[in-house]
Design a binder for this molecule. Sequence first.
Ligand code: ITT
Ligand code: MG
Length: 173
Amino acid sequence: MKVAIGTHNRAKVKAVQNVVNTYFDDIEFLEVDVPSNVSSQPFSDEETRQGAINRALNTLEATGAELNFGLEGGVREIDGIMYCCNWGALALKNGQVLTAAGAQFMLPEEIAKKLRAGKELGPIMDEYTNEKDTRHHKGAIGVLTANLVDRKEMFEHIVTLLIGQYFFLKKEK
Ligand SMILES: O=P(O)(O)OP(=O)(O)OP(=O)(O)OC[C@H]1O[C@@H](n2cnc3c(O)ncnc32)[C@H](O)[C@@H]1O
Ligand SMILES: [Mg+2]
């Protein structure tokens, strides 16, 4: 069975591979670069969810795979506090799309200020930690939770929710 993911981000790709390998045999993985068709830094739950859906559908169009995953990170503000939010979508071969959200956690005000000024979270976190490509590894979530949860683990939970919903759908039919 062909399984595709619409990104080259290492945390996202590994999350999909780990979870899919837990529940399926004989998988051919495809990794494709597709647009999210939303801002590079989504600024609401709605926009982040839409980015995940667009990536999943664009991945289906590019690969024709059985399962097509789109994962998207964004930020949103509630009562003046900025949160990182995360969404996933799974597009099936017939065009049906399943969606699920993941963890949300607070971003410090000094990071929120830079986001409001138009900077992307990826580069802000690299500056904050003095490290390179944190978005491919621990991510903002790893840095801001003292490494208790890294970005791959956070996305693994979303992918598990998507696959679980897919199994539920197949049982209902
Ligand atoms: O290559 P893609 O798949 O686009 O992966 P990405 O790391 O850019 O991830 P998103 O586009 O989904 O996330 C939107 C922005 O938020 C950043 N971001 C989101 N979650 C993050 C995290 O946990 N750690 C660091 N940056 C994060 C990310 O780098 C982007 O600037
Ligand atoms: Mg991106």
